[in-house]
Design a protein around this ligand. Structure first.
Ligand SMILES: [Mg+2]
Length: 160
């Protein structure tokens, strides 16, 4: 099972902190470069039942995220099941979702999320910000975590 974060991994900009996604024109926020095509390839390789989206956000952002995914035809394009999108309110809660869904690989732009998922098999730190990179380095760069600079690189790791 593969878990994929949404903010700054699928939807550009952080859905976690105030930005355009918090304004009325949140539907016009762009996808992360190549995200839809890469996730479609992941679904093709592993199957729809194996791919989950896991996002930490508040109630309003949760509604907007689902609306954005529908509006951009994310599910039709990628083959991800809408019933396999999970939300939590705190970063560390992604761990419980991974456990419940049997997720063993996770892709997230935050080390401060991945640090709670070190029990998994494979962790991809996706285009981390300076601050997340610093946190990763301060924690002695746990071996299980691999930095990827975008979806093209992530695909090389996930689809060999
Ligand atoms: Mg994120």
């Amino acid at each position: 099972m593969i878990g994929i974060d949404i903010g700054r991994v699928i939807i550009s900009g952080d859905t976690d902190i105030p930005n355009q996604f918090f304004s009325e024109d949140y539907l016009s926020v762009l996808p992360v470069n190549q995200a839809f095509d890469a996730i479609r390839q992941i679904v093709e390789k592993y199957g729809s039942t194996k791919v989950h989206l896991v996002s930490k956000c508040g109630e309003l952002t949760q509604q907007r995220t689902l609306h954005w995914l529908d509006h951009h035809q994310f599910f039709e394009t990628t083959g991800v099941f809408r019933s396999q999108v999970w939300f939590c309110r705190e970063r560390h809660e992604k761990q419980g979702i991974c456990e419940a869904q049997g997720i063993r690989t996770f892709i997230d732009d935050r080390f401060t999320v991945l640090q709670h998922l070190l029990e998994l098999d494979r962790l991809l730190l996706f285009c981390p910000s300076e601050k997340e990179l610093e946190a990763f380095e301060a924690a002695q760069k746990p071996e299980k975590i691999q930095i990827v600079d975008g979806w093209e690189t992530a695909l090389k790791v996930l689809i060999k």
